[in-house]
Design a protein around this ligand. Structure first.
Ligand SMILES: [Zn+2]
Ligand SMILES: [Zn+2]
Length: 397
């Protein structure tokens, strides 16, 4: 039976192909296969078997061709080949250098031609020996320490320090206004600040005169103290002995109500600057002696004498303003100061002047020495060291 059907179908196909009714293609073949399995299952189930034509019609019209489905996603690209033309381009190699080959130079570094690469060739067994050089901060740039190993040329910076100005401090007093003037020694930046009278200083009342004697810092926290001329309408007329001995104050203004300044009143303190308006005619012993930070002092007081001890041990003192009517400058009054010990302050004849005072002449080995300026006073022993000077002439100009 199957064979007969198959032959029948085959002949149908041939006929169909011949008459061109149906395109003789694969889908027709599939139809035939479908018909074949239809016949088989109908036969097995004892159903009536339609002939091919009837079966075709029973399936309804041929459907339109469906739209083509979206293309599937493209697979991930495979790994790059390890080698070969398609591999990534390698990093460019070092530049060739005219055929020069690196070699280890006498300092142990790799050299190429005449150029030290600064790369130490024997680094493995090398123990660094860093030499440190401190670079101070400037007004605007940080400071740091350079650590440098001479052997391997390795260098690094450490211990950064913040930029800072280095202020020298002076006081100026005019029109009853006291100003603190800070001038940077490095960049000359100047900061002016009006000073107010200090509060909290310690006083004792002198019952005889009904005035105050300043006795010390008390509870005052000012670095730069401005001594008031009056407290509760009572004048401040004196500064006691040792009142600021070894004190940490950095500056002082002494008003002209003060008529007496006791011995060692500011000795060994950290004052950098002093302005003395006090109406004293004489300083007691060692008022400013051993003020190791004292750089600038203005004395407006009507004193007649600068004693040997007044500035002794004031190693940084260089900016000195004295009253112009002194009668005595004791010997060696300035000998420890920066003013005395700065060569630039001495003139071409090895003489040191301060305002209208001849402070000292050192032996210049000239027979006649002519004092060019017109000093009103020479300090005691100003010519102590001048054995070879035979004549001294004073200019009247
Ligand atoms: Zn090293
Ligand atoms: Zn500065």
């Amino acid at each position: 039976m199957k064979k007969i059907i198959s032959i029948f179908i085959l002949s149908l196909m041939v006929v169909a192909c011949l008459i061109g009714l149906v395109a003789c293609n694969e889908s027709e073949e599939q139809l035939l296969q479908a018909y074949e399995s239809y016949v088989e299952s109908s036969t097995e189930n004892g159903e009536q078997v339609l002939d091919y034509e009837e079966w075709l019609n029973s399936r309804g019209k041929k459907g339109e061709k469906g739209e083509a489905g979206a293309q599937g996603e493209k697979g991930a690209q495979g790994d790059k080949g390890e080698t070969g033309a398609q591999g990534e381009k390698g990093a460019q190699g070092d530049k060739g250098n005219d055929g020069l080959t690196p070699y280890i130079g006498s300092n142990g570094n790799w050299w190429i031609g005449d150029k030290d690469t600064l790369v130490y060739a024997g680094i493995e067994n090398h123990v660094h020996s860093f030499k440190q050089t401190i670079v101070e901060p400037t007004c605007t740039e940080k400071g740091y320490t350079i650590n440098y190993c001479e052997e391997c040329k390795q260098e690094f910076y450490s211990n950064y320090t913040e930029p800072s100005h280095e202020f020298g401090i002076k006081f100026s007093y005019s029109n009853k206004v006291l100003k603190q003037i800070k001038t940077c020694k490095k960049c000359e930046k100047t900061v002016e600040k009006e000073m107010a009278q200090s509060k909290g200083l310690k006083y004792v009342l002198d019952f005889d005169t009904n005035t105050y004697i300043l006795n010390g810092v008390g509870t005052c926290t000012d670095e730069f103290i401005v001594i008031p001329d009056k407290i509760n309408d009572k004048e401040v007329t004196a500064i006691a002995n040792n009142a600021f001995l070894s004190s940490k104050i950095r500056g002082v203004y002494i008003p002209n109500s003060v008529k007496q300044i006791g011995a060692n009143a500011f000795a060994k303190s950290l004052i950098e600057s002093a302005y003395v308006d006090a109406q004293v005619t004489e300083f007691s012993n060692g008022v400013f002696s051993d003020c190791s930070q004292l750089e600038a002092i203005v004395i407006k007081s009507p004193i007649k004498k600068i004693t040997t001890t007044l500035f002794s041990g004031c190693l940084k003192l260089k900016d000195i303003s004295l009253p112009t009517n002194l009668e005595t400058i004791e010997k060696n009054a300035f000998i420890t100061t920066a003013f005395y010990n700065t060569k630039d302050n001495w003139d071409e004849n090895n003489a040191l002047y301060l305002q209208n005072y001849l402070i000292a002449i050192v032996d210049t080995n000239v027979g006649t020495y002519s004092i060019k300026k017109g000093p009103t006073l020479s300090a005691e022993d100003a010519l102590y060291d001048c054995q070879s000077i035979r004549n001294l002439s004073f200019s009247t100009e």
